[in-house]
Design a protein around this ligand. Sequence first.
Ligand code: CP
Ligand code: NVA
Length: 305
Amino acid sequence: TDETRPRHFLEIDDVTNDELESILDRATAYKHAQNEGEDHEDLDGQTLGMIFQKPSTRTRVSFETGMTQLGGHAVFLGEDDIQLGHGEPLKDTSRTLSRYVDAVMGRVFKHDNIEVLAEYASVPVVNGLTDDAHPCQTLADLLTIREHEGGFDGVSVAWIGDGNNVAQSFAVGAALAGIDLTIATPAGYGIDDDVNERARALGGEPTLTNDPVEAATDADVIYTDVWISMGQEDERDVRMNDFEGFQVNADLLDHAPDASVMHCLPAHRGEEITDDVVEGDRSIVFDQAENRLHAQKALLSWLLE
Ligand code: CP
Ligand code: NVA
């Protein structure tokens, strides 16, 4: 590897366990600074370019607000608004943006595309979600679990539903942090073998099952996400059928009396989760959403220092 190459964040295991801990500590410090109204303009005058091929509420607003709070600026680049959506190759977009901005965040469909962005960029590239991974979500999730559980040691998380991008990054992040994870998906919807392999290499292979009750029983945290991710809309009928029985509802929570409930949002009430669970007192979904801001501010300032 070339020492002059920038550091990228395409997957949660692009950082070591120690680096993860220091990013989370920095996030906690930023959260405190913001709550206390203390100045923390560590990215004064810096600019983040944000490419979006898919819609977003949390990722877009947390990155843009985060840059403002750090004294910098963010530029929203919807695919159709820039030449990328009109035939300019990603590698040209990447090299051009690198001449203007200090870091690039990308939300793209194919994971290969975030890798192309990173390969051609001379500034750090951050993955803001691909079809395969959502590592910024995992950073916020780990911060949230650390706050609510007081640490990671002995914490058990049950992932219920689709072995999707959010599940995959969380599985590797859980291994990195030392969280005990069980993943319950319908057959055929599990995490990819190579993701399982990466978790194993970090010493934390998840337990895989097709039984949501088995996974949820006595868990400290129950985590779910949509059954139909962005780009899978054509699979709606098949998926709605295949995911029957995997809803996070009051009956499932009865098996885990102390569990908090996480969801990366947006939630589709009545599908993967019920309205009463999202609104209930065990739900920590908006703490998770808030922590996107603090975690990403920490990530950006860490990457850019
Ligand atoms: N959780 C998350 O990434 O949400 P958005 O799609 O709103 O960014
Ligand atoms: N799995 C979802 C996450 C959205 C933040 C999707 O990819 O659409």
